[in-house]
Design a protein around this ligand. Structure first.
Ligand SMILES: C[S@@+](CC[C@H](N)C(=O)[O-])C[C@H]1O[C@@H](n2cnc3c(N)ncnc32)[C@H](O)[C@@H]1O
Length: 253
């Protein structure tokens, strides 16, 4: 159970980062190349965080009408502000909402998007809950943490198993998609750069500042080192795990 201090540090680490998970515009664009959409598709971006992929979607799909949703008001506010500053707010609605209880009527969307957030429900649970929101033949794109080898180092496995016990391999993830009434159309592992530029590099810069700020608070410093450990694990053992981008199409019927 995280302590209040750990929660506070978590929140401070995860403030003003461009992204809240690995990802990049190139990866979003690459995933979209497999998707066939009408000229003015309706799109739902689930767990939008600070909205980087929302802005990318709006730019890459110029005819789209997008709803971007997140459980945290502070992220929705940032996304809204960034969309306004970019002149994209007329095509994107933002809202605070819970991915477990989406209020949209069935067959509302041509495309569901979920970068770095499907783990909150788990792939199978999320696809079962969201499938009917798609029009027949509609699409989903999401990213999910996966093991890339069968033999991760014990220390790494224990850390991730505690953080995300449902994490499986690439084939486990794709099987979950196929078993949920979707055809997998494309999948690729995000390049390592997509973990660093918008995510771990800005996070490490934040950790330096927080270490100084909390220099006489051992509990906060311990929480900060837990974040540093996550980054260091990736630096050392990135061959063993990664983020998988999956693009899939709802089967008819
Ligand atoms: C790892 S972040 C990814 C955010 C963003 N897509 C990105 O890649 O930067 C996961 C996001 O899911 C949001 N979230 C957590 N639980 C949620 C829920 N039940 N419903 C909607 N969003 C949720 C968090 O607030 C956070 O912004």
């Amino acid at each position: 159970m995280p302590t209040d201090v750990a929660r506070r540090v978590f929140r401070e680490v995860h403030t003003d980062l461009p992204r809240e998970a690995p990802g990049s515009r190139d990866c979003t664009a690459r995933a979209l190349t497999s998707v066939v959409l009408p000229d003015e598709p309706s799109v739902l971006d689930i767990g939008c965080g600070p909205g980087t992929q929302t802005l990318d979607l709006a730019r890459l799909l110029p005819g789209a009408r997008i709803t971007a949703l997140d459980a945290q008001e502070r992220f929705v506010a940032v996304t809204t502000q960034r969309l306004q500053a970019a002149g994209l707010a007329d095509r994107v609605v933002t809202e605070v909402g819970d991915m477990r209880r989406l209020h949209f009527t069935d067959q509302s969307f041509d495309l569901l998007w979920c970068e770095g957030a499907i783990y909150i429900m788990g792939v199978r649970e999320a696809l079962a809950a969201w499938r009917d929101l798609l029009k027949p033949g509609g699409w989903i794109g999401f990213t999910e943490a996966v093991w890339l080898t069968d033999s991760p180092p014990e220390e790494l496995y224990r850390w991730w198993h505690e953080a995300y016990p449902k994490m499986g391999g690439v084939e486990d993830c794709l099987e979950s998609v196929r078993g949920s009434g979707f055809e997998v159309v494309e999948h690729f592992v995000l390049p390592e750069a997509a973990w660093w530029s918008d995510y771990y590099e800005p996070m490490e810069r934040r950790l330096v500042v927080l270490r100084e700020h909390y220099r006489s608070d051992p509990l906060a410093l311990a929480a900060i080192e837990n974040h540093q450990q996550e980054v260091d694990y990736y630096r050392r053992w990135s061959a063993h795990y990664g983020y998988l981008f999956v693009v899939a199409r709802r089967e008819q019927g």
